[in-house]
Design a protein around this ligand. Structure first.
Ligand SMILES: Cc1ncc(COP(=O)(O)O)c(C=O)c1O
Ligand SMILES: Nc1c(O)cccc1C(=O)C[C@H](N)C(=O)O
Length: 408
């Protein structure tokens, strides 16, 4: 790789306002470009989890529901995530998996539009969203309408109850236009549900400003909550009174310890709760979120775009034919335009399994989406420009090493 690119990386790292955040993470000499699947471990989290286990659970035991704030943790952690997705307090609650929250949002969204019979889902959705939406459709007698988000207007109509869209496509890294799509959905009288898994913590979402109805997202990618950390649901304040959860567990009851036979929902985001939360994971997430203190999401977005632009520049300079030119072994699936790109790059390559295997052997960890997509995620809190330069150089070397037609 050219000396000029190394110097450019060094200058960009020196000017990076987020560079000191990296020290907050437990990392090694490898280059980790998979934080869009599982974020890295913030270094202070193990000691905090040990305290939760040893003191809160081990010593305080049942008293911790009050004294350690376990009971209110779902709303408290939701309020901690809220500024990262542009939401005022009181609209996010954390608990359960992303899949379960997709179910809550789509089913409750359909209940907000009785008499309507169609649930629209983006055709390239992450599979779990599609599976769950299809199940809601079977339960409610609705029909699933798959759509390319670019053609959404063509399927919206008086029958549309709910539209479930991914803000950033998990495979290609394409960013969908949340403001205009939300407006179109609402113009048809339907409920807009956004999956923020690949955008929260990577770019501004501005849920309140764009009037989103419902949203869900995981916390183990850019939010670094750890494997299986609980997901969140956003219920816009104006919908909370009518939000009729399909999973009205006792933690969403107005008075859970009344142990009453009938479910009377509490007021506010608490309606998104179900049953006992996974406290250890929830509190690990709460600790992990401290790495965001004082960070502006605009600076994260600016660095994310700069990192991915720089990767393309380095790869283009070295890969025969570039990653955008005709005849190249790799082709870019991610749109180049900033307004259409999330925080990952996806490269199509016939030998992707072999290429990613060799990259991982060299300590450059991205991931493979079968059969032929190489994904590289850029996590501005802990990825440096120097790493991006080295990762692109490793890709160039590996492509030179792996003959065409190599499958693994
Ligand atoms: C867009 C999207 N939705 C949902 C999920 C996963 O859902 P769950 O956390 O329930 O496994 C993922 C990633 O695994 C995802 O990328
Ligand atoms: N959620 C995951 C899991 O349980 C195991 C392995 C990977 C994941 C992921 O998050 C994958 C990720 N959502 C993707 O975009 O492919």
């Amino acid at each position: 790789m050219s000396e000029a690119l190394k110097q450019k990386a060094a200058a960009a790292d020196a000017a990076d306002v987020l560079s000191s955040r990296r020290e907050l993470f437990s990392l090694d000499d490898g280059i980790y470009l998979d934080g869009n699947s599982l974020g890295a471990l913030p270094a202070h989290v193990p000691a905090r989890v040990a305290d939760v286990v040893q003191r809160q659970w081990g010593e305080l035991r049942i008293r911790s529901w009050d004294e350690s704030g376990w009971w209110t943790a779902p709303e408290r952690v939701g309020d901690r995530i809220a500024p990262l997705v542009g939401a005022a307090p009181g609209q996010l609650v954390v608990g359960d998996s992303t899949s379960v929250n997709v179910f809550k949002a789509v089913a409750a969204g359909a209940r907000l539009r009785p008499g309507r019979t169609e649930i629209v889902v983006d055709a390239t959705t992450f599979p779990t969203d599609g599976y769950i939406a299809a199940s809601v459709a079977r339960m409610t007698g609705c029909t699933i309408v798959p759509v390319d988000p670019g053609a959404l207007a063509s399927v919206l109509g008086p029958a549309t109850a709910v539209v479930l869209l991914n803000h950033v496509d998990f495979r290609t890294g394409r960013l969908h236009d949340l403001p205009s799509l939300t407006a179109a959905i609402q113009g048809a009288g339907a409920v807009a549900v956004w999956d923020l898994c690949h955008s929260a913590g990577a770019l501004p979402v501005d849920l309140d400003a764009h009037g989103v109805d419902l949203a869900i997202g995981c916390t183990y990618k850019y939010l670094n909550g750890g494997p299986g950390s609980p997901a969140y649901i956003y219920i816009a304040e104006r919908h909370q009174g009518a939000f009729d959860s399909p999973l009205p567990g006792w933690h969403s009851h107005v008075d859970p310890f009344a142990m009453a036979p009938d479910h009377i929902p509490g007021q506010g985001a608490v309606r998104g709760r179900v049953g006992t939360p996974a406290i250890l994971s929830l509190l690990a997430l709460e600790a992990a979120l401290e790495v965001w203190d004082g960070v502006s999401i605009d600076s994260v977005r600016a660095k994310s775009l700069a990192l991915s632009d720089f990767f393309l520049e380095c790869a283009d300079a070295q890969v025969a034919g570039g990653v955008r030119g005709p005849g190249s072994r790799v082709s870019l699936l991610t749109p180049v335009a900033h307004g259409e790109r999330g925080s990952q790059l996806a490269l199509r390559c016939a030998e992707a399994p072999a290429v990613m295997g060799r990259l991982i052997e060299r300590g450059v960890v991205g991931d493979l989406r079968r059969p032929d997509v190489l994904r590289f995620g850029f996590t501005p809190l802990y990825t440096s420009f120097a790493e991006v330069e080295r990762a692109a150089a490793a890709l160039v070397e590996v492509l030179a090493e792996v003959p065409r037609g190599t499958l693994a």
